[in-house]
Design a protein around this ligand. Structure first.
Ligand SMILES: Cc1cc2nc3c(=O)[nH]c(=O)nc-3n(C[C@H](O)[C@H](O)[C@H](O)COP(=O)(O)OP(=O)(O)OC[C@H]3O[C@@H](n4cnc5c(N)ncnc54)[C@H](O)[C@@H]3O)c2cc1C
Length: 400
């Protein structure tokens, strides 16, 4: 078979959320760039990607505005010991809307269907022997187990999007309803009302294992829907996933010679698992560097590599603290008592909550997060918060 070779300015392996957001943001700044994305699947995965509006720059919000399916001014959190309304703008993008609108933002992007076997500094090798070359090559092939150490916690969930026969009457999102039975770790329901008859309901677990008992969880979702007073409905979509919740920071230090972006590059909030704002801010940095490199004719690849590295290091600074909180949540609290940690967090002031989600925590916020009546046994909490030995143990487990 004859080998085909094509050449682009920006070439991305994997065509998911991070790849298309990056392409859209870079093209906005440098419209003449020749961009290609290589994706192995013909069919797009079902997702709803949510984020707090405050976590994005005004420029990014402007660019991705057309992708947003729904915005709410506030949401609710519920725990066995208290309930609170949080006045923070929350946005969601349903994959259906994402794939419809992203085409307009990335209409000059060449979409290649193929499985990437090898990612190199300047080329991608595909399973059909073809080679695609790029002046900048990025790896956005999604979360990779190899980057995570033994001892990682998991956020896992199954969600149903349903259409109800009668108006469901749910006015605003509930992003955590932990008033349900606490099984398999910290457990809560997530409820997003998209319209008066359409609602997404997810059963979520902060668990020690990634395995999802699909039959059992789907039954639990059915019971919860009844508890909301919804009797007649049809399921219009399902989504599920298990995301790593890192308990040490080696995934951000792993020696990668190539710029990895999205979940693969560690661009996600270590505790909430949200990746969209982190992928966007990495893309903004990259766009600025490419723009600069194009205008001063410097080495494009080196500029992009540096920019991903700089974004990852910025993330590393705040991630370290959040990973310590993860260790407190997963190791110091008994699984059925983990909800106390989140319940206590949601009693904090709005500044603390906002900074926590943004992943950019000031010293004052860090202090606020670790003071007060401890939600876990004090000695165990301190031990795991400062447990560099455990961290070392985990790193040894990966690097041998
Ligand atoms: C069900 C679910 C809900 C989530 N909800 C949110 C949320 O509300 N907010 C939020 O911020 N984050 C959320 N996340 C986390 C995260 O944002 C998503 O996982 C997001 O899709 C990650 O983007 P990504 O581009 O890094 O990876 P992906 O979107 O997974 O894209 C990776 C792509 O690479 C392709 N690929 C893999 N290997 C190859 C190969 N060898 N060759 C070619 N292509 C390949 C895959 O097919 C895939 O299309 C959610 C995750 C899940 C699983």
């Amino acid at each position: 078979m004859e080998q085909k070779v094509s050449q682009y300015d920006l070439l991305i392996a994997g065509g998911g959320l991070a790849a298309f957001l990056t392409a859209a943001i870079v093209l906005k700044k440098c419209p003449s760039l020749r961009v290609a994305i290589v994706e192995k699947n013909q069919q797009r995965s079902q997702h709803t990607w949510s984020f707090h509006a405050k976590d994005l720059s005004p420029n990014a919000l402007d660019i991705i505005g057309p992708l947003i399916s729904q915005k709410w001014d506030e949401y609710t959190v519920k725990f066995p010991d208290h309930e609170r309304k949080i006045a923070l703008e929350y946005c969601s993008i349903r994959s259906e809307d994402f794939w419809k609108s992203i085409g307009t933002l990335t209409k000059t992007v060449t979409r290649i269907t193929g499985e990437v076997c090898e990612v190199d500094k300047t080329e991608l090798r595909l399973s059909d022997q073809n080679v695609v070359k790029g002046r900048i090559v990025l790896d956005a092939r999604g979360v990779s187990g190899k980057n995570f150490a033994k001892g990682t916690g998991w956020q896992k969930f199954i969600g149903f999007e349903i259409e109800t026969d009668e108006a469901h009457g749910i006015a605003r999102p509930t992003i955590m309803d932990a008033t349900v039975e606490q099984i398999d770790g910290f457990r809560f329901f997530y409820v997003l009302p998209f319209s008066k008859n359409k609602v997404l309901i997810e059963d979520t677990y902060y668990s020690d294992i990634p395995h999802l008992d699909i039959q059992k969880i789907e039954k639990e979702i059915g019971s919860y829907i009844q508890r909301l007073g919804i009797n007649k409905y049809k399921i219009t979509a399902k989504e599920s996933g298990s995301l790593p919740i890192p308990l040490n920071h080696s995934y951000l230090l792993s020696k990668v010679n190539l710029p990895e972006i999205g979940m693969r590059g560690g661009f996600f909030h270590p505790t909430s698992g949200y990746s969209l704002p982190f992928s966007i801010s990495c893309a903004e940095q990259l766009a600025a560097q490419i723009f600069y490199a194009k205008h001063v004719h410097s080495d494009l690849f080196e500029k992009s590599r540096q920019s991903v590295y700089i974004s990852r290091m910025a993330l590393f600074k705040s991630a370290k603290f959040l990973i310590r909180l993860n260790r407190m949540l997963f190791r110091a609290a008994a699984p059925e008592k983990r909800w106390h940690v989140l319940s206590q967090f949601y009693r904090k002031d709005m500044r603390t909550i906002t900074e926590f989600y943004s992943g950019k925590l000031s010293l004052k916020t860090k202090f606020s997060m670790i003071t007060g009546v401890p939600p876990v046994p004090l000695m165990s909490g301190l031990k795991h918060f400062f447990s560099d030995a455990a961290e070392f143990h985990d790193r040894k487990a990966i690097h041998g």
